[in-house]
Design a protein around this ligand. Structure first.
Ligand SMILES: [Fe+2]
Length: 372
């Protein structure tokens, strides 16, 4: 067999090429939009593509699966529950995809998303047992996938993780993310084993109730442009430009300057509605970063747009994204609403307090690696 893990440092995602050296057939799992790298690998190794599998509809990065399947002739596969509008081969729990002497066994492991599957890799000439499992965003290294990316369910995630942990200790685990916004406490290693996670993953030793409250009590903000990315991956929109792919310099200004902003400046608060309702800089308009790409037509190109968040991380990414989209007059407010509050300035409170989950600060609230 041939197996390669391909790490995408920009969005913290892992994709995989699995092939049979005997039949030269290959499967690619969770490809990123940078599909040339897979095509080069197929050519170099003289493999032909039989399957392209998305473990789920991604919400934090745009998938290259359709492009790859169309260009290389592989069968595009997703779980049968995937709510996409393009044709695909629907997979079911327990189904096996032959790949030369190998078998790719589908395990339905919903929780992060309803259609999420894990893929057990079995090599019968070596063993009747699987030697590895690709877990998408179910079991992560030191973490599990968050349940708030569209149709997710923390209790279903508990059940899926419990099921995965019934696999033998030695089974190697290859997740869909090694960093990034899909979890809140990933270890950073790109692989692990079932035995190690059963013993040392802080979530896998919790009972169902504690697991569910750990998953629902506090999560990082939804990623930058999630709405546009998810819609593109479902085929209901075509916004391949919704990823932050550059790091243009953006000016940063202090909270003191916010008070004397030029007339006509839009002060844009890119935090979640819950955070905004709890307290925001007076005059700030709320547009969560998750909706930025889908609503950037609502923003003025001919006036300054000053962006603020909680601590200054999300606002910098959002400003970079708008710069990438051609907005010239964008700035990021350094230190965000926290700095405003620490300077003793008053906050405005939303008329209706939005009850909901607690949003925790994370450097990984965007589909783009942290860079200075
Ligand atoms: Fe995901």
């Amino acid at each position: 067999m041939y197996f390669k893990q391909i790490l995408n440092e920009r969005c913290g995602c892992a994709s995989y090429l699995i092939a049979s050296r005997q039949s030269r057939e290959a499967a690619i799992v969770d490809p990123s939009l940078d599909t040339e790298q897979y095509v080069a690998l197929l050519q170099e190794r003289d493999f032909h593509l039989r399957y392209v599998i998305d473990t789920h509809v991604h919400a934090d990065h745009i998938s290259g699966a359709r492009q790859l399947a169309a260009g290389q002739g592989g069968e595009l596969c997703l779980h049968a529950a995937a709510q996409v509008v393009y044709p695909f081969r629907p997979l079911c729990d327990g189904e096996e995809l032959p790949l030369g002497q190998l078998r790719l066994r589908v395990m339905h492991t919903p929780g992060h998303r309803p259609e999420l599957i894990s893929i057990l890799v079995v090599n019968p000439p070596r063993s009747p047992e699987p030697s590895m499992v690709l877990t998408g965003d179910s079991l992560l290294v030191g973490d599990v996938g968050r349940p708030d990316f569209g149709g997710g369910d923390a209790a279903a995630q508990w059940q899926s993780i419990t099921r995965l942990l019934q696999l033998p200790d030695w089974v190697a685990v290859f997740p869909g993310h090694f960093e990034g916004p899909c979890g809140k406490g990933m270890c950073g290693r790109p692989s692990t084993t079932v035995g190690f996670e059963r013993l040392y993953n802080p979530l896998t030793r919790l009972d169902r109730g504690s697991f569910v409250s750990a998953l629902t009590s506090g999560q990082p903000a939804r990623p930058l442009n999630m709405t546009a990315i998810e819609a593109t991956n479902r085929g209901v929109a075509d916004m391949p430009w919704a990823m932050l792919t550059s790091a243009p310099p953006v000016p940063e200004i202090s909270v003191d300057a916010v008070e004397s902003r030029p007339p006509g400046t839009m002060l844009l608060d890119v935090r979640e509605p819950e955070e905004y309702a709890h307290g925001h800089i007076p005059g700030a308009v709320n547009l969560p970063q998750s909706d930025l790409a889908s609503r950037c037509n609502d923003l003025p190109q001919d006036h300054p747009v000053w962006i603020v968040c909680q601590a200054g991380l999300r606002s910098r990414r959002a400003a970079q994204y708008l710069k990438q989209m051609g907005f010239e007059q964008v700035v990021s407010v350094q230190g965000g609403t926290s700095a405003w509050q620490s300077a003793g300035k008053p906050l405005a409170v939303g008329e209706t307090r939005v009850a909901g989950r607690r949003v925790i600060e994370s450097e990984w609230t965007h589909a783009g690696a942290p860079q200075e």
